[in-house]
Ligand binder design. Structure first.
Ligand SMILES: NC(=O)c1ccc[n+]([C@@H]2O[C@H](COP(=O)([O-])OP(=O)(O)OC[C@H]3O[C@@H](n4cnc5c(N)ncnc54)[C@H](OP(=O)(O)O)[C@@H]3O)[C@@H](O)[C@H]2O)c1
Length: 277
């Protein structure tokens, strides 16, 4: 049995589809609200809250492999509950920032969860993706409302990854040999800047999308109000303010592991166009 956490999210929903298509055997999908969730036929929906590890008891029963999103609850307790339930292998989503920006708070927290899993006695695979194509959903409301999209570091290209590619690597790690004890840095196929992402969306939607570059200070005010100052600064650093080779480099990990080239941003835009209409 494979248990997928974050099953209704960007990576998890793609992973469920891929496991189902592969006929990977019994798969269980964790959500806090099964009535709202839609999963492929044959996938068992189970309710549980990672913030309350006691609620995971029935979700973990009979599970051998766990796909885990970090930092949604007390990870030490979650990993302990997995071990007690007989889980053998954890595939953990971390972040490229663990190696590109290890001094930033969110990266330190991800590194701590990596260590926890690596020291747990369970087999593990760590995925360190770059920023997701699905982050473009933050522009869905202004685009639907015919408003101008504002973005800092408008011409900084990062090798943005399609969440389905993270899912593809996770599927391989969960179902094929050779991935235990491995840490994979994952990127998309090419750098793509915010301006280029909005241009791709405009092409897919068939209309012009007004776009304006803004300064770090202008962006920071809005972001800090939502996420807090430290998180806002961290995001601004890793998306343009403090770049380095680790976060800029395109890697071939996705094609090496899955046999299929990493999906370009444009594909994500086509698949998700309805969110912007
Ligand atoms: N965005 C980026 O650029 C980026 C880059 C590197 C790493 N990451 C990492 O990627 C992960 C996000 O992945 P994603 O985009 O696939 O997720 P997502 O689309 O943001 O969805 C979040 C998922 O987490 C579940 N969830 C939230 N709180 C929960 C809780 N208390 N108990 C159980 N489930 C809970 C939600 O399930 P329900 O609502 O159905 O319960 C949902 O399926 C995060 O760990 C983030 O740090 C993101």
């Amino acid at each position: 049995m494979i248990l997928v956490t974050g099953a209704t999210g960007n990576i998890g929903s793609a992973l469920l589809g891929q496991l189902h298509a592969q006929g990977a055997g019994p798969v269980r999908a964790l959500t806090r609200d099964a009535a709202r969730a839609r999963f492929p036929d044959g996938v068992e929906a189970v309710e549980g809250d990672l913030a309350d590890p006691k609620s995971l008891k029935s979700a973990l029963e009979g599970v051998r492999s766990l796909f885990l999103l970090p930092r949604l609850g007390p990870d030490a307790e979650i990993v302990g509950a997995a071990r007690a339930a007989g889980v053998e292998h954890v595939v953990l989503v971390s972040s490229i920032t663990v190696q590109s920006h290890p001094h930033l708070g969110p990266a330190e927290e991800n590194r701590e969860v990596e260590r926890l899993v690596q020291d747990s006695g369970l087999a593990w695979t760590v995925l360190r993706p770059t920023q997701f194509a699905s982050n473009a959903l933050m522009w869905a409301a202004p685009i639907r409302d015919r408003a101008t999209v504002h973005a800092p570091y408008a011409d900084t290209g990062l090798p943005t990854i399609h969440p389905a590619d993270i899912a593809s690597v996770a599927r391989a790690a969960l179902t094929e040999p050779g991935h235990r004890g491995r840490t994979y840095a994952l990127t998309g196929p090419e750098p793509v800047s915010p301006r280029q992402q909005v241009a791709a969306l405009a092409e897919v939607l068939g209309r012009e999308l007004p776009f304006a570059a803004i300064s770090r200070q202008e962006a920071r005010a809005g972001m800090a109000a939502v996420f807090g100052e430290e998180a806002a600064d961290a995001v601004l650093d890793v998306t343009g303010g403090d770049l380095n080779e680790e976060v800029l480099r395109v890697r071939d990990t996705v094609v090496r592991i899955t046999g299929s080239p990493a999906r370009p941003f444009r594909q994500w835009a086509q698949e998700n166009a309805d969110a912007f209409r």
